[in-house]
Design a protein around this ligand. Structure first.
Ligand SMILES: CC(C)(COP(=O)(O)OP(=O)(O)OC[C@H]1O[C@@H](n2cnc3c(N)ncnc32)[C@H](O)[C@@H]1OP(=O)(O)O)[C@@H](O)C(=O)NCCC(=O)NCCSC(=O)c1cc(O)c2ccccc2c1O
Length: 334
């Protein structure tokens, strides 16, 4: 009998789950029988044309990158047949404070999720319900950053922030408990934040002898306004989830027990929409704040789309066929 490899088995499981999910969601749409009769709220009318967002439980399976290395400080998972990856900081005994190793692993997982064409949305979260992330591990702080295994000081969370901004898929911070210091900045650089009602947000930098004068300042100012950003940094106060929602720091607040369910619902809604449109929108929404790098990202998307056109291909084909390109048939649109 022919042997089936683990990779083939996983792919088969994903396809079966995808078909099952499809059937479940079709069932939940036609089964309710009340869609056309539902009241006139905006989302109901949206659901009339698009069908209801499936609410079946998500099934996570462990995920790996191709480095062959294990993950120690994080848990990496993908939802079977769904297009969702979940990356969890796994240092709950330290309120999910990160060390250089944690950041390296996060970057590996984000890279894998970026490269996996089956993944359309990524969730970043912390293990347990006490903390999303409490920032850099202060026990490892040295004169030049946070000590890695070779005792070299690192501020590599700054590289992770850039990776999150440039990754062309939506990243949702799923926050329960504390999001503090560098952990608070991490949720801010994500595209969306879904907070549990026990979430607490704050910067401690000036209290513990640190500051993030990069995204931690500029993006915060964009999100909550320059006065409120000064308040958050200068006074180092903590804010409840509902205060954070009023300030525009988070998208929504839900009961802790519904946090993952609601986050997955948002993922599923995003996944119904055009990946290319979302990709371009993410880079467009970041472009001004990210300066030349932001424009480069947005410009790269224009090139990517242009390569798929007949006009773009005429140039390449002419070069390969050693002839003069004929662009005369392509419109010069108003
Ligand atoms: C987050 C808390 C408010 C939680 O308080 P709580 O009372 O719930 O819990 P404990 O305080 O008892 O903590 C339990 C346990 O965890 C340890 N721990 C918690 N946070 C950290 C941490 N960040 N580093 C190391 N250890 C931590 C704590 O010591 C306890 O251990 P036990 O062994 O005693 O059980 C509260 O914990 C808190 O305020 N934490 C500190 C928050 C903080 O100041 N974070 C650092 C801010 S600076 C930063 O993150 C930062 C990082 C960077 O990489 C940067 C890079 C470039 C520029 C700037 C950067 C930057 O500012």
């Amino acid at each position: 009998m022919a042997q089936i490899s683990q990779k083939e088995l996983n792919s088969l499981r994903r396809r079966v789950a995808s078909v099952a999910n499809h059937l479940l969601s079709a069932g939940s749409t036609s089964g309710s029988g009340s869609i056309a009769l539902s009241n006139a709220s905006m989302n109901d009318s949206y659901h009339r044309t698009h069908g209801k967002v499936p609410t079946h439980p998500v099934v996570w399976e462990p995920a790996f990158d191709d480095s062959g290395k294990k993950f120690i400080d994080i848990i990496y998972a993908k939802a079977v047949g769904e297009g969702i990856a979940k990356i969890t900081i796994n240092r709950p005994e330290r309120r999910n404070a990160f060390r250089p190793q944690t950041i390296k692993e996060l970057m590996r997982a984000f890279n894998d999720a970026r490269d996996d064409a089956a993944v359309g949305v990524i969730i970043l979260t912390g293990k347990g319900t006490d903390a999303f992330c409490s920032g850099g591990d202060q026990a490892l702080r040295t004169k030049d950053g946070y000590a890695d295994d070779a005792d070299i000081g690192r501020l590599n969370v700054l590289d992770l922030q850039i990776q999150i901004r440039r990754l062309p898929k939506p990243i949702i911070a799923m926050v329960a408990g504390y999001a503090i210091g560098g952990g608070h900045v991490l949720h801010m650089v994500c595209d969306l934040t879904i907070a549990a009602d026990n979430a607490v947000f704050g910067q401690t930098g000036p209290k513990v002898g640190s500051f993030d004068a990069g995204y931690g300042s500029s993006i915060m100012s964009r999100l909550i306004g320059p006065k409120k950003a000064r308040e958050m940094w200068f006074l180092t106060r903590f804010y409840t989830a509902s205060e954070a929602e009023k300030m525009g720091l988070v998208n929504t607040v839900v009961p802790l027990e519904n946090l993952e369910k609601e986050t997955v619902k948002w993922c599923r809604e995003i996944l119904r929409n055009s990946p290319a449109a979302i990709r371009v929108l993410k880079s467009a929404l970041n472009a001004v704040d990210d300066g030349h790098a932001g424009l480069q990202e947005l410009g790269g998307n224009a090139t990517l789309l242009f390569y798929g056109t007949e006009e773009g291909n005429e140039g390449k084909n002419a070069y390969l066929q050693r002839r003069r390109p004929d662009f005369s048939k392509f419109p010069r649109r108003p």
